[in-house]
Ligand binder design. Structure first.
Ligand SMILES: Cc1cc2ncn([C@H]3O[C@H](COP(=O)(O)O)[C@@H](O)[C@H]3O)c2cc1C
Ligand SMILES: O=C(O)c1cccnc1
Length: 336
C-alpha cells in the first residue's frame, strides 16, 4: 500500500494486521552465518542485526545501498511554559540550517551515504498547549501521520526518523508518562539543558497534561499530548513496516513516537532497532519499555536522528560482513 490511510480507524486496522519478517530469509541468513570465516558468534550482536535485517528485507544475503534519514520539524504550544532552555524560533532556524547542510545530522547522513529529507510541519501554527486542551485535533493528527507516511522513499532500504521541535522532550515525556505511568518526574528530563527550576516546571506541565488527557490508546495519546513531528515519525515508522524497510530508532523523542505504535500493536516495532541510548534521563527506561537494547551509547543528547544515523554505520558493517565475507569452503580455511 502506498497511499496514506485517511482515518485513524484505518491506521488501527493496519496496526492490527502487520506483516512479519520473512522466515525463509532468516533461515538462509542463519545458514550463511554458520559458514562464514570466523569462529561461531565472533561478530557478536552484528550477527543478530544482520539476520534481523535479512528477515525484514526478505533476502538472506542483503545489501544496504539506499539509507534514508528524514527529519520532521514541529512547534509546540507547551514551549510557552518555559520548559526548554531555547526559544521556539530555534525550530524554524534549525530547519534552515538543515536545508543549508550545517547541522550535525547533515554531516552524519553524508558520512554514511544516506539521503536526507527535511519536512517542516506547520511551523507557524504550534500545537495546542496540552495543559489546556489537546495538542492536535484529529485532522491535525491525521495530517501529521500522513506527512510521515508520505515522506518515506519506498526504494529506501533503511530508515532513520529524526526530529526538531523546541519543547518536544516535554511532549515525549508526557507520552511516556501517559503510556507507562509512574511519576511525571520519572519521565521529564533536561532536554536542551533546563536548570532545576525548569525541570520542576516541566514535570508539572507533564503531570497536568497527563491528568487532563490520560485516557485512550496510543494514537489518541499521540494526538492529545504529542506534536506534529512526533506523529509524523510514527507515520513514517509504520509506513516503513508496510514497505519492508527496517528502521533505526533515535533518542527519547523518536522512541516516544514509536511507543505510541507499540501501545496499539505489541509487535509494531519488530522492524525497528534502537540506534543508541541518549543522555536524556528517561531514555534508558523508555528503551526498556520498548524491549530494545541500544546499539550505541555515546552520551548524545541532540535528537535530529543523530544517534540513529551513527548506527547506520553499525548496520552497514554488520550487513557488509554477513553478505561479503567468504565461507570456509570458498576461502579454503579449515572449519573448527
Ligand atoms: C540549536 C539546537 C539544535 C537542536 N537539534 C536538536 N535539538 C533537540 O532539542 C529539542 C528538544 O529539547 P527541548 O525539549 O529542551 O526543547 C528538539 O528540537 C531536539 O531535536 C536541538 C536543540 C537546539 C537548541
Ligand atoms: O534523546 C533525545 O533524542 C534528545 C535529548 C535531548 C534533546 N533533544 C533530543
Amino acid at each position: 500500500m502506498s497511499k496514506a490511510p485517511a482515518t485513524l480507524a484505518e491506521y488501527r486496522q493496519i496496526l492490527g494486521a502487520l506483516p512479519g519478517p520473512d522466515a525463509g530469509a532468516i533461515a538462509d541468513a542463519a545458514d550463511r552465518n554458520g559458514q562464514l570465516t570466523k569462529p561461531p558468534a565472533a561478530l557478536g550482536r552484528l550477527e543478530d542485526v544482520a539476520a534481523w535485517y535479512a528477515g525484514w528485507r526478505g533476502d538472506g544475503r542483503p545489501r544496504i545501498e539506499a539509507p534514508q534519514v528524514v527529519i520532521f520539524a514541529g512547534n509546540h504550544g507547551v514551549a510557552a511554559r518555559g520548559v526548554s532552555a531555547f526559544p521556539p524560533e530555534v525550530t524554524v532556524q534549525m530547519v534552515a540550517n538543515f536545508e543549508a547542510g550545517g547541522a550535525a545530522i547533515n554531516q552524519l547522513a553524508k558520512t554514511f551515504g544516506a539521503r536526507m529529507d527535511v519536512v517542516a510541519l506547520d511551523l507557524d501554527r504550534p500545537t495546542g498547549d496540552f495543559t489546556e486542551g489537546p495538542a492536535m485535533s484529529e485532522d491535525d493528527l491525521l495530517a501529521a501521520l500522513s506527512a510521515g507516511w508520505d515522506a518515506v522513499d519506498e526504494n529506501a532500504d533503511l530508515l532513520v526518523t529524526g526530529e526538531m521541535g523546541i519543547g518536544n522532550t516535554t511532549a515525549a515525556a508526557a507520552l511516556a508518562h501517559a503510556l507507562y505511568g509512574g511519576k511525571a518526574e520519572d519521565w521529564a528530563g533536561r532536554g536542551t539543558g533546563v536548570d532545576d527550576a525548569g525541570l520542576a516546571r516541566k514535570a508539572e506541565v507533564v503531570a497536568a497534561g497527563v491528568a487532563r488527557h490520560g485516557g485512550g490508546d496510543g494514537l489518541d495519546l499521540l494526538g492529545a499530548l504529542g506534536g506534529r513531528e512526533i506523529a509524523a515519525m510514527a507515520g513514517a515508522i509504520l509506513r516503513a513496516r508496510v514497505a519492508g524497510i527496517p528502521v533505526i530508532l533515535d533518542g527519547f523523542i523518536c522512541c516516544s513516537a514509536a511507543a505510541c505504535l507499540q501501545a496499539v500493536a505489541a509487535d509494531g516495532l519488530d522492524h525497528c532497532v534502537a540506534g543508541h541510548v541518549s543522555a536524556e534521563g528517561a531514555h534508558p527506561a523508555l528503551l526498556e519499555r520498548l524491549g530494545k537494547a541500544p546499539l550505541l551509547s555515546l552520551g548524545l543528547r541532540l535528537g535530529e536522528g543523530s544517534g540513529a544515523a551513527l548506527a547506520i554505520g553499525v548496520l552497514q558493517g554488520a550487513v557488509a560482513c554477513h553478505s561479503g565475507m567468504a565461507t570456509f569452503a570458498e576461502a579454503g580455511v579449515s572449519a573448527g
